[in-house]
Design a protein around this ligand. Structure first.
Ligand SMILES: Cc1cc2nc3c(=O)[nH]c(=O)nc-3n(C[C@H](O)[C@H](O)[C@H](O)COP(=O)(O)OP(=O)(O)OC[C@H]3O[C@@H](n4cnc5c(N)ncnc54)[C@H](O)[C@@H]3O)c2cc1C
Length: 452
């Protein structure tokens, strides 16, 4: 029966929090409609591949609709690169079928295991935000199953209000059924990458400001435990898609990806394995390992998705899980704000060797879309005692500098901080109220933050 569910404990990628939810797995639109129309029930939220870190796709004691079985490609125009697909299609599937045909996702996060629905609902950004903006900028339109059971086609021009509420709206406006996305034509499965070591934060941001325009993709690994004059030392990794002429003759098929092995982290690491000593040692080693290097030919997978090579890498943080702190700070106050945040993190001696710094370009009109023009810093923090007060302090610093926290990574923010960071919240609530008069769509995150 289509509207049967199983009650299970589930989590997002950070494995915190873990909540008991009723999971539906529809295989057709008809089954999906049955779930929505199956009479009085608690509430529902969509779940893609669960790559958001916290409780955005969770619904404690309520319904969660897993959408990965609605994953058909519907149409493709090789002239324009426009792909129409169901929202449960993953970027990994798009790569598998369309890279050999010379097309790449126009914007991709640091993992390819996200669905198109999840990419729209979080309005995800990639290493090209400074040039191209978010995933939403490449969505021509999508079909939304609203909480009242209507199907709306939404684009910037048609049902524009719903379009901008749904981009970044974390699944609260209904279920995205399918979308038309403009893929990027590429000549090869390779990227030409320049590596530059930056001595500290100022140096890193200065180089980004000066020369990011030359690179479609730009990201920096940052040593978040370095202090003093080395605070914010970083390795900038910036590149462009390689043309066929950039490849050696030994690469016969420019669009084929080299075969690779995937590793699996077989068990939870003991929580002591990652501490400030091991991370400090790793960071020194990693910083020392890199040298300035230009035009290195790197294949797409390690450049865009370095962590996808290790399945279940989230077990590294132990059984209690972890959260990701990701902030965006505006251009004019970013340097100062980031300094404060890094100093506080180093002082807390909390460990993250996966710390990433990027430059954001202009934001879009998405009501809850995360990026603002400036800088973004993301790092993982294991769940341990003292984490909540630290995050409260960091959120306070972020607010002082006019920044915000990313909903796709958040698990612990307060409603007060959230409302102060997202000034279009009231507009969002008004549209949500019209689309969902009975409050059918809700998530644990939405209730925690008072969005609904
Ligand atoms: C290793 C790693 C790297 C990452 N790097 C980045 C990055 O560089 N940039 C970035 O922006 N993000 C990044 N993320 C976060 C990730 O891109 C987003 O959280 C994305 O939303 C996950 O997609 P998903 O399909 O797993 O959705 P889920 O995590 O399952 O859901 C996320 C949200 O989307 C909603 N949703 C899902 N499907 C639908 C649908 N069909 N209709 C309506 N709502 C829906 C859910 O309700 C939920 O609110 C990263 C995550 C990981 C694990």
């Amino acid at each position: 029966m289509s509207h049967e569910f199983v009650t299970q404990k589930i989590s997002g990628w950070g494995r915190f929090p873990v909540e008991t939810c009723n999971i539906y797995r529809p295989e057709s639109r008809r089954q999906l409609a049955t779930i929505l129309g199956s009479g009085p029930q608690a509430s529902l939220i969509s779940y893609g591949l669960g790559r958001s870190y916290g409780d955005a796709p969770l619904n404690s004691q309520g319904g969660v609709i897993r959408l990965t079985r609605l994953n058909r490609f519907l149409a493709f125009d090789a002239q324009s690169g426009v792909l129409e697909c169901e929202a449960g299609v993953s970027l990994a599937e798009i790569l598998q079928y369309f890279l050999p045909r010379g097309f790449f996702p126009p914007v991709t996060p640091g993992t390819k295991f996200v669905t198109v629905g999840g990419a729209i609902a979080a309005d995800v950004h990639g290493k090209n935000h400074h040039q191209d903006g978010t995933f939403g900028n490449f969505v021509l339109d999508f079909k939304l199953l609203t909480p009242t059971g209507d199907i709306l086609t939404c684009s910037a021009n048609d049902n524009g209000e719903v379009f901008w509420a749904t981009l970044g709206g974390m699944g609260l406006t209904g279920v995205i059924l399918s979308a038309r996305i403009k893929l990027r034509p590429v000549a090869s499965a390779w990227v030409l990458v320049d590596y530059h070591k930056a001595a500290n934060l100022e140096d890193a941001l200065g180089r980004m400001t000066e020369s990011d325009v030359r690179y479609q993709y730009s990201v920096a690994w940052i040593d978040c435990l370095a202090t003093g004059r080395h605070m914010g030392r970083a390795v900038l990794m910036r590149g462009n898609h390689a043309a066929v002429r950039d490849l050696p003759a030994s690469i016969r098929n420019p669009l084929a990806e080299p075969p690779r092995h995937r590793w699996t982290l077989p068990f939870d690491f003991p929580s002591l394995a990652l501490n400030s000593l091991t991370v400090r040692a790793f960071n020194s080693f990693y910083y020392g390992l890199h040298h300035n290097f230009t035009s290195k030919l790197v294949d797409l997978e390690p450049f865009f998705y370095p962590l996808d090579a290790i399945q279940h890498w989230n077990r590294m943080y132990g059984r209690r899980g972890f959260v990701q702190f990701q902030t965006a700070l505006p251009l004019d106050r970013g340097l100062e704000g980031l300094r404060k945040v890094l100093a506080r993190l180093a002082q807390s001696r909390r460990a993250s060797f996966l710390a990433v710094l990027k430059r954001f370009g202009k934001s879009n009109p998405g009501l809850l879309s995360f990026p603002i023009e400036g800088y973004t810093l993301a790092l993982d923090l294991p769940v341990a005692s003292g984490l909540v007060p630290l995050l409260r302090e960091l959120d306070g610093l972020v607010l002082d500098y006019g920044g915000r926290i990313y909903l796709a990574k958040d698990a612990l923010m307060t409603p007060q901080s959230f409302a102060a960071m997202y000034p279009k919240l009231e507009q969002f609530r008004a549209i949500k109220g019209r689309l969902d008069p009975h409050g059918l769509f809700s998530s644990s995150q939405a209730r925690r933050l008072g969005i609904v």
